[in-house]
Write a protein that binds this ligand. Structure first.
Ligand SMILES: O=C(CO)[C@@H](O)[C@H](O)[C@H](O)[C@H](O)COP(=O)(O)O
Ligand SMILES: [Zn+2]
Length: 208
């Protein structure tokens, strides 16, 4: 019945709103910190790698496209690569080694110390994302995990964790892409609108 359909639609929206609000209240400092850190890294030649499976692969690609093309303002392209797009690389590694290796080999090929890896997994359990984060950390990249209420082993491999307080994959994914957009907004802001804040951040830290 339509009544039931409206109810289900509304439930999804309202639940999502609540989760977004809770996430922002508990994570706004880390979102701004990651945005500043990435903006500062980009000024020093770092790049952003991203990975995830299914809907999170789409999120990785979506966010990479915002950086390479543009988000809202006109500005130079920024270096970001989704590790989910090259079917030859993905099938060769998956076929010859295992699906758990499809991202980690690309991190080994492309990742340098100071680069960023955004690993996206709603369950926190995807073996290929966990392996990529673990190796990225060994290589002194900065690891940023996007997960749900149960981060599983992700918290062991991440410098920063965006833990969305829900156990429902679609709700978590919707907040993940919102976080991706907010990061794009803030990174553009720090790089192209508030250079002073970024300079101060870089001056105050020893790792830049
Ligand atoms: O989009 C969805 C569900 O909303 C699916 O494609 C989902 O992303 C896939 O089942 C993924 O394999 C789940 O992986 P993960 O988020 O647990 O790492
Ligand atoms: Zn989905």
């Amino acid at each position: 019945m339509d009544k039931e359909a409206y109810k289900r639609g509304e439930q999804h929206f309202l639940e999502g709103l609540e989760v977004r609000r809770n996430f922002w209240e508990t994570h706004k400092d880390i979102v701004v910190e990651v945005a500043k850190k990435v903006a500062a890294g980009l000024t020093c030649g770092s790049k952003i790698l991203l990975c995830g499976n299914g809907g999170s692969a789409a999120d990785a690609q979506h966010i990479a496209a915002e950086f390479v093309n543009r988000y809202k303002m006109e500005r130079p392209p920024l270096p970001a690569i989704a590790l989910t797009t090259d079917s030859s690389i993905l099938t060769a590694i998956g076929n010859d080694y295992s699906f758990a290796d499809v991202f980690v080999k690309q991190v080994k090929a492309l990742g340098l110390g100071g680069d960023f890896l955004f690993g996206i997994s709603t369950s926190g359990k995807s073996a290929n994302v966990l392996a990529a984060l673990a190796v990225a950390r060994e290589r002194e990249m900065i690891t940023v995990g996007f997960c749900g209420a149960k981060p599983s082993l992700m918290q062991d491999h991440c410098d920063y964790l965006f833990l969305v307080p829900s156990e429902k994959t679609p709700i978590i994914q919707e907040v993940h892409i919102a976080i991706g957009h907010i990061l794009c907004e803030l990174i553009d802001y720090f790089l192209f609108e508030d250079g002073e804040a970024l300079e101060k951040y870089i001056d105050d830290r020893e790792d830049f």
